[in-house]
Structures are given as structure tokens and as C-alpha cells.
Design a protein. Structure first.
Length: 333
């Protein structure tokens, strides 16, 4: 009897624990809202027939969110199920959009859908928690409603204006091309040469055609490279600064060098003339034996030297007779 009581108490305890865990699980399951409303309100209807959006509240223990879209055909299987549960509720792949992972983001959108008007579509969110458990929650659906006639009329007017503007623009382009490409048909009565000249003049020039396609020409305004006979190549680089020995020199430098050489030659000539002048003036008394002495006959006998010849020397010349006997030698010093 006591054993039954113990089993009964254990079963009650387990049921109580499961109930508490179930409540905690339901509390952590996110609530899904149709539309991008930042979990503030739920979108009931929309005009767009190619997009579905949804957002949900963030769960603290969630590590991943996945979302899918289903139609009324599959929603009928989960219509009577809880808003948050631990199973999807039907054994099939979502018929509008398959599961897509959005990681930890709490919103999602798909703009590449084909939806039917006057039908309702639902978003299912699969939440994965840290302990590995998964929870499924779905929205109450959004109805695709047709656009009102006023909006359709406005769209038609805008589209018509756009088409009219496009047609007008195309007409202007065609007229412009026809005007530029017009070729005059020559008259049979006129001169063929004149007709050929007019036909040739009416054709579009290559310059005009290129300008029409690529726009007006743009010329480079940089300074062209030219040689100014200064010894460098004027190409903007520094390769001519280190090669002074190659090429022609400026005329100024050549003229200066010629002038210096001429001045040195004149100085050398002046120095030579000064040297010859000094040698001619200061060397007369040193070379005594080069002077000219000449004898002149005389009728009277020189009493001092005992001869009838008179000896004379050119100016600035001194004659000495050291010998006692004048007949023996005549010495000119």
C-alpha cells in the first residue's frame, strides 16, 4: 500500500515539473507579427502581391531563427494548434517559401514572390535554443487585397505620361537623324556634276559623326616637347643634367672661352716684346768683344804708340791696349 502511495506522489511531482517546464518553454517562444512593425502591432492586409515580411520578439536563450511562408492550404492543419509549440503541425515542406536561416535577427522579408489576391499567407518561425530544443510559432496571417481603382487610375496616368514622353523623345531623335542623313535626289534636268556635288555636300562628315557619337574633341593643353638648341632634350626629365659633355654647348659659353684664349695670347705677345726690349737695352756693355773697331790712316805718327794709323771704335765702346809694344797685338775689350 505504501508503494502505491510513493508512485502516486512521484507521478504528481513529475507532472508538476513538466507543467512548469512547459510554461517556461511557452514563455521563451517568440510571438510572430506580420509586416515590419518592430513587434508593436500586427499587419492584417497589404496591397503588395510579391512580398511578405514578418518580425518577432527576441528570446534570451535563442541561438538561431528560421522562417517559412505557407498558404491557407497548409494553415488548415495548424489552425487549431497552439500559437507556440514544439512541432510544426504538418508533415510537408512549406508551400510558399521553404525554411531560411536568419541567424539571430528578429525580422525577415522576401520580395521575390508571386501571391494571389484575396488570399491569406502565414509566417512560421522555428526557434532553436541553447539546450538544443526547438519551438514553432506562427502569425495570424496577412490578406492580399487588390489595389483600389483610384490607385490603379493614378498608376495608369503616370505610365501613360511616361510612355508619351518616351514616344516624343523617340520622334525627336528620328527626325534629327532623318534631317542629318537626308540626301537630296538630283533633278534629271540639271547637270550631273552639280547633282554629285550637292549629294556629296549633303552627306554627314566623319567629323560630325564622331562628334555625335563621342562628343566634341578634347585637346591636350600640356606644353609640347620642342628643342630650343640649349643642349638638353626638353622632355621634362633630368637625364640631360648629368650629360654636359655630350651635345652642343650654348653660344655664350663658347664665346667666353674664345675671348679668354685671345686675351691670353695677347698677354703672351706683350711679355715676349718686353723681354726682347729688356735684352736689347741692358746687354750692350756686357758683350765687349762684339763691338766694331776700324783703323784710319793718318799722316802724322802717333807719338804715344808710334804708328801712323788712327784706331776708332763706335760709340759706347772702350778700347784698351795693354801691350807695351803696339806692333805686337791690338786688343779690343
Amino acid at each position: 500500500m505504501n508503494l502505491y502511495k510513493i508512485l502516486f506522489l512521484v507521478s504528481i511531482y513529475l507532472a508538476f515539473v513538466n507543467c512548469i517546464q512547459g510554461e517556461k518553454f511557452l514563455e521563451s517562444c517568440p510571438e510572430v507579427y506580420d509586416g515590419l512593425t518592430n513587434a508593436r502591432f500586427d499587419l492584417q492586409t497589404q496591397y503588395s502581391s510579391n512580398s511578405i515580411s514578418a518580425n518577432w520578439k527576441i528570446s534570451m536563450n535563442a541561438i538561431k531563427y528560421e522562417w517559412a511562408i505557407i498558404s491557407d492550404n497548409q494553415y488548415q492543419y495548424i489552425r487549431d494548434l497552439e500559437q507556440c509549440r514544439n512541432s510544426i503541425g504538418f508533415n510537408a515542406i512549406p508551400d510558399v517559401q521553404d525554411w531560411k536561416n536568419v541567424n539571430v535577427m528578429n525580422f525577415a522579408s522576401n520580395d521575390d514572390l508571386v501571391l494571389k489576391e484575396r488570399e491569406k499567407y502565414y509566417v512560421i518561425v522555428r526557434t532553436t535554443f541553447k539546450d538544443g530544443k526547438q519551438a514553432y510559432s506562427h502569425s495570424n496571417g496577412v490578406l492580399i487585397v487588390p489595389q483600389p481603382e483610384e490607385a490603379i487610375a493614378i498608376d495608369e496616368v503616370v505610365e501613360k505620361k511616361h510612355n508619351d514622353m518616351l514616344v516624343s523623345h523617340l520622334k525627336r531623335e528620328i527626325e534629327y537623324v532623318q534631317e542629318r542623313a537626308h540626301i537630296a535626289v538630283p533633278n534629271q534636268d540639271e547637270c550631273p556634276i552639280d547633282a554629285d556635288n550637292r549629294c556629296r555636300a549633303s552627306k554627314i562628315r566623319v567629323y560630325d559623326r564622331l562628334t555625335e557619337i563621342y562628343g566634341p574633341p578634347i585637346f591636350d593643353d600640356r606644353r609640347p616637347i620642342r628643342d630650343d638648341d640649349d643642349g638638353d632634350d626638353d622632355d621634362g626629365d633630368d637625364d640631360d643634367e648629368s650629360s654636359g659633355a655630350v651635345g652642343s654647348y650654348p653660344a655664350g659659353i663658347v664665346g667666353a672661352i674664345i675671348g679668354i684664349l685671345a686675351l691670353l695670347a695677347i698677354l703672351c705677345c706683350l711679355l715676349a716684346l718686353v723681354g726682347f726690349f729688356i735684352a736689347a737695352v741692358g746687354g750692350g756693355d756686357d758683350d765687349k768683344f762684339n763691338d766694331r773697331i776700324y783703323a784710319k790712316p793718318s799722316d802724322d805718327v802717333d807719338g804715344e804708340y808710334g804708328t801712323k794709323e788712327e784706331y776708332k771704335v763706335e760709340d759706347s765702346t772702350r778700347v784698351e791696349f795693354p801691350d807695351i809694344d803696339p806692333h805686337s797685338r791690338l786688343s779690343a775689350i
